[in-house]
Design a protein around this ligand. Structure first.
Ligand code: GLA
Length: 393
């Protein structure tokens, strides 16, 4: 198996793994910080992700091992759990807790996780680990949840067990993604469409700023709160459930109801970004990558100036991208506060782009970024090399 994971499982547990699962990470092409505002987002699953090898044990113990982290707790089977410190294993533990509280009977499990997705870089390593665990438990214990149920369970773990008030985009994208497709997801109705990610002679570059993200959860939750405040103000005169229920024109008529200037800026980003996703969907359908790229840049500017979730490192990446004619567009992706940017780069110029950007970034920031050319891959499921590699192995 890829990365010699079966062997590593046997080395750790002195027995063979009985099954293996995979969940990808995701990038978001456009539609940032609007999933929890009932808006439209456009994520894709990527070919990096989290692998889980698993076997039952008769000892009534959940054994958590990871090739990425040193924490390796053995946690006895109980009827429920609470978060224990900040260890990585809280993500799967939260999923186990959710299944137990739903009344499912479990036995002990020996688990080995490995992620080839850069951790904490805004590519949804946490959704990936939650969703891979949820898929595995659903298969192993025949709990009969639908794919959407598993997505909702994973989101609820993130919100209630971990304490990050995220929307549904990440868990949805890593479960429902398909090779070479972008998902256009309405986060209010959960209706979605898979569209060809027609990027033709362009590649999607993922640029990890390698800036360690601190206090992401609290800053993120603060933005969620600010959006709630804006919504409450608008509801004085508008019958709406989410900020994204209105468009920019209506917002301009009613924005005076939001008295706090900062809160007003947050709402303006959300509503304009939602409008941008609609334009971006059209641009993609018409193969108009130049237009798509402009919308990416506009999204980034708004996240920097109105929503204030970018940062010097992400801005430097986008600043460079704007100077390179081989780039159609670039923006930060995910929650922000460091993490990753994405760029659409002409395929034949990718090497040159990487070298130039690396130098530019290192000169300005003092250390190098990591740059990948990503493939858009399949969503979570039982691991088989064909599905994970999108048929390319
Ligand atoms: C994080 C959250 C998502 C979404 C993005 C920003 O990735 O988990 O729900 O809000 O940030 O778009």
């Amino acid at each position: 198996m890829k990365y010699g994971l079966s062997q590593k499982f046997s080395d750790i547990y002195n027995k063979e793994a009985e099954s293996a699962y995979f969940s990808p990470g995701r990038i978001n092409l456009i539609g940032e910080h609007i999933d929890y505002n009932g808006g439209l987002v456009m994520p894709c699953a990527i070919t990096f992700g989290t692998y889980l090898l698993i076997a039952p044990n008769p000892d009534g113990v959940f054994r958590f091992r990871s090739l990425n982290f040193n924490d390796a707790p053995d946690i006895p089977l109980q009827s429920s759990y609470q978060k224990i410190g900040d260890g990585w294993f809280n993500f799967p533990l939260g999923v186990i807790d959710h299944f137990l509280k739903d009344g499912h009977q479990f036995h002990g499990l020996d688990m080995l996780y490995f992620g080839d997705i850069p951790i904490g870089a805004g590519l949804s390593s946490s959704a990936s680990i939650e969703v891979v665990t949820a898929f595995a438990l659903n298969e192993l214990f025949n709990t009969g949840y639908s794919k959407l149920d598993l997505v909702k369970i994973a989101k609820s773990v993130e919100n209630n067990f971990i304490g990050m008030n995220c929307g549904i985009m990440d868990q949805f994208a890593v479960a429902f993604g398909e090779k070479d497709k972008a998902i256009i997801l309405n986060c209010n109705t959960l209706n979605y469409e898979l569209v060809n990610s027609n990027i033709k002679n362009y590649v999607l570059a993922i640029i990890n700023t390698n800036k360690s993200r601190k206090l992401v959860e609290s800053k993120y939750n603060k933005r969620v709160e600010e959006c709630q405040t804006a919504l409450t103000a608008l509801k004085q005169e508008l019958d709406i459930n989410y900020l994204c229920d209105i468009d920019t024109t209506t917002f301009n008529q009613y924005k005076h109801l939001i008295t706090n200037e900062v809160v007003c800026k947050r709402a303006k980003h959300v509503i304009e970004e939602n409008d941008r996703v609609k334009l971006a969907a059209n641009a993609l359908a018409n193969n108009n990558l130049a237009e798509f790229g402009k919308l990416m840049y506009a999204s980034h500017d708004s996240l920097r100036d109105l929503y204030e979730v970018s940062g010097k490192e992400l801005d430097v990446v986008v600043e460079y991208a704007k100077t390179n004619p081989a780039v159609a567009g670039a923006r930060m992706t995910g929650a922000g506060f460091g993490g990753c940017a994405i760029a659409l780069v002409k395929q034949e110029e990718f090497e040159n782009f990487s070298l130039e950007l690396s130098t530019y970034y290192t000169n300005k920031i003092g250390y190098a970024p990591s740059i990948y050319s990503s493939l858009i891959g399949n969503g979570a499921g039982i691991y088989n090399e064909y599905s994970v590699a999108g048929g390319q192995l």
